[in-house]
Write a protein that binds this ligand. Structure first.
Ligand code: FMN
Length: 343
């Protein structure tokens, strides 16, 4: 039987060891915080303190607690996460044929999957004490980032939407977050909440509100793909002085169809493969340097090998984070540190 997100989250993490010896590099810093490395977990597999603790022991040093909301929300019904076959990966345009039964390829670095979760969240009564447990599970030189999102409602004013972000920021700060990530991009939820990063003025308002609520914590703004240089310039200039970093990118939205062209899956997005994120990070870093902005870029998307992690940092990222690749190859952090100790 196919299990839903909540059941899988509660059952895992399915790692019984043996725990690897994690190579120690010279150490580094991330948004002013000392870290063992600039490699870690993006919002995704850090669904609770047990998952965060497991990836911390596996050598991931920047650990993002998966997006929390002010009110509990169940995930979309299963299936939530499916591998794409070669035909689906090669598809361009909006409609992607979803081949049934594709599995993890022999080389996990080559895998691409489609996800549709809908940003589920436990209730604050559950995640507040659990964030404290996640923080306690970290070693020195490891950093807990907590991702937050306000829930867009039909009758809600923009003021109320912004205020919800600041309420959440204060709560996660008090619970033990060392940095806050405001998720302004999620392809699997209604556009009002999933595409906020496309509204530069609103993104700036949210950033300033979060900063007021948690002034002593670094603030990251998670975005989706920014296609044009004009949009990139507008967004980054709006965030300059309001946030500390942009996290790029969440996976681009796609519509997955079955053999007959009918929707095969809930609203979905392709993740884990490709180099779209690397290009976006490179363009953001160039715009920041050109305009002398005080923003960092954190690279997420398709970092499935140590070489790709190095490429993110060489492109100007302050850190490289992974979601899907950590599921398919949990030893990735050890491999990154063994081959690129400077990261
Ligand atoms: C299982 C899973 C759950 C995710 N949940 C979130 C989330 O709650 N918030 C968020 O900002 N991004 C979420 N993401 C998106 C990732 O952070 C990331 O942007 C995207 O998957 C691309 O990175 P990847 O190629 O390393 O998977 C999720 C991704 C996966 C695979």
């Amino acid at each position: 039987m196919e299990l839903g997100f909540e059941e899988n989250a509660a059952l895992g993490p399915d790692f019984e060891g043996p725990w690897p010896a994690v190579p120690q590099g010279p150490g580094n810093s991330f948004l002013g915080l000392p870290v063992r490395s600039r490699f870690g977990l993006a919002a995704g597999l850090g669904v609770d303190s047990r998952w965060i603790g497991t990836f911390a022991r596996l050598g991931y040093d920047i650990l993002t607690y998966k997006t929390v909301r002010l009110h509990p929300r169940r995930a979309h019904p299963a299936p939530n996460w499916l591998f794409l076959d070669a035909a689906a990966e090669a598809a361009v345009g909006e409609d992607v044929p979803l081949g049934a039964g594709a599995t993890l390829p022999a080389d996990p670095a080559q895998a691409t999957a489609a996800g549709s979760f809908g940003m589920p969240s436990a209730a604050p009564e559950a995640w507040r004490p659990d964030i404290a447990r996640a923080r306690a599970a970290l070693a020195p030189g490891q950093v807990l980032v907590v991702s937050i999102v306000a829930t867009a409602e039909a009758a809600q004013t923009p003021d109320a939407f912004v205020a919800e972000f600041s309420e959440l920021a204060a709560m996660v700060r008090e619970a033990g977050a060392q940095a806050v990530e405001a998720n302004l991009s999620c392809p699997n939820v209604p556009a009002a909440e999933g595409e906020v990063y496309r509204d530069a003025a609103l993104a700036r308002r949210i950033a300033r509100a979060v900063k007021r609520a948690a002034p002593d914590l670094p603030l990251l703004i998670k975005t989706g793909l920014v296609e044009t240089d004009a949009a990139m310039t507008e967004l980054l200039r709006a965030l300059d002085g309001a946030a500390d970093a942009v996290t790029m990118i969440n996976a681009p939205a796609r519509r997955f169809v079955d053999a007959g062209g009918a929707p095969a899956f809930g609203p979905g997005s392709a993740r884990g493969g490709g180099s779209i994120a690397l290009g976006c990070v490179r363009r953001a870093a160039a715009a920041i340097a050109r305009d002398r902005l005080s923003l960092a870029v954190v690279g997420v998307g398709g970092v499935s090998t140590p070489a790709r992690a190095a490429a993110m940092l060489e492109a100007g990222a302050a850190a490289a984070l992974v979601a899907s690749p950590a599921a398919w190859n949990p030893a990735l952090a050890v491999e990154v540190k063994a081959t690129h100790p400077w990261i």
